[in-house]
Design a protein around this ligand. Structure first.
Ligand code: 4NP
Length: 164
């Protein structure tokens, strides 16, 4: 069990899906009074958007639901596995990129697919990449993230913090 848990959400660009998961999950953690126990961040497997704010379409979708996205894109580094207790890949392609970067010593519960926790995944484990699509794709991403974050928080509390 841990005193503090560090969680990192990872997608390809770190401007759409992982910033949304970062913002929605942070909001949940804050409302649960766990800001000093669960540290939340996000990253991308690519460096394409390093330093950029979240995509405007994702930012506006989140803002309409009362969530402010404030991160700047950062590329995930191999050494990040030393720091993060739980790395959550937004799709299977992100997961395989992360596996390439992961040291052999990584523990089984350190790298997981975000949608493992989606109560309505129906076996679909990818958060669809909305970047080249229309507005509806961003709404779909929001709905997946919104319903997946509460079970994820429950898992982190029981698995890492020994809290209810
Ligand atoms: P994300 O979406 O991985 O959810 O941040 C994308 C952002 C940018 C690109 C692809 C996906 N891109 O090709 O630049």
């Amino acid at each position: 069990m841990k005193e503090v848990v560090e969680v990192n959400f990872v997608c390809l660009g770190n401007i759409c899906r992982s910033p949304l998961a970062h913002g929605v999950f942070q909001n949940l953690v804050t409302r649960a009074g766990l800001d000093n126990k669960i540290l939340v961040s996000s990253a991308g497997t690519s460096s394409w958007h390093t330093g950029d704010p979240p995509d405007n379409r994702m930012r506006l979708t989140a803002q309409n639901k009362g969530i402010q996205l404030k991160n700047r894109a950062r590329q995930f580094q191999s050494k990040d596995f030393d720091r993060f207790d739980l790395v959550l890949a937004m799709d299977r392609s992100n997961l395989s990129e992360l596996r390439e970067l992961a040291p052999k010593s990584i523990s089984e519960d350190q790298l997981m697919l975000f949608r493992t926790f989606d109560p309505k995944s129906n076996g679909d484990l990818d958060v669809p990449d909305p970047y080249y699509g229309g507005e509806r794709g961003f709404e779909t991403v929001f709905q997946i993230v919104e319903r997946t974050c509460p079970p994820l928080l429950k898992y982190i509390k029981s698995h890492f913090l020994n809290a209810l």
